[in-house]
Design a protein around this ligand. Structure first.
Ligand code: DQA
Length: 147
């Protein structure tokens, strides 16, 4: 089983970026957590980060072959990108939306999520641990489907 974890713009700046909101752990710490979670779950994982909407759309399209599920934090594109929503719908893979911060309790514009409509569930405000939760959720779902 292979999971693709996608991170959108500025998440490469974790640790530097607004630590009061996103914490002090770095992007590299996040990648370590994702790899460790994959080991525990016994799944393959690919971790991808881009600051460019089109690159994220391309990556989702490529996942149609050889990937079983997607964990995605589209970052600011969450609130703007119909292209990412359409890409997720196009490949039809089970996807889970993650946000480090509680987007429901911040500015009004962060309450809108275009991608949510193509996701099985959303995990918000659980910090980096939300990625591990999302991966576990996806594995459980995929295991149920193959039974
Ligand atoms: C974020 C929340 C978004 O509103 C913001 O633009 C981000 C990060 C989060 O993980 O909390 O870049 O997706």
């Amino acid at each position: 089983m292979k999971i693709l974890v996608i991170n959108g713009p500025n998440l490469n700046l974790l640790g530097i970026r607004e630590p009061d909101i996103y914490g002090k752990k770095t992007y590299s710490d996040l990648v370590d957590l994702i790899n460790e979670t994959a080991r525990e779950l016994g799944v393959d994982v690919e971790v991808f980060q881009s600051n460019h909407e089109g690159d994220i759309v391309d990556k989702i399209g490529e996942a149609y072959v050889g990937t079983d599920g997607i964990v995605i934090n589209p970052a600011a594109y969450t609130h703007t990108s119909i292209a990412i929503l359409d890409a997720l719908k196009a490949v039809g893979l089970p996807a889970v939306e993650v946000h480090i911060s509680d987007v429901g309790k911040r500015e009004d514009f962060r309450r809108i999520s275009y991608v949510r409509a193509a996701c099985e569930t959303s995990i918000v405000g659980h910090g980096l641990e939300g990625y591990a939760e999302a991966m576990k959720f996806l594995c459980d779902l995929l295991n149920k489907k193959t039974k």
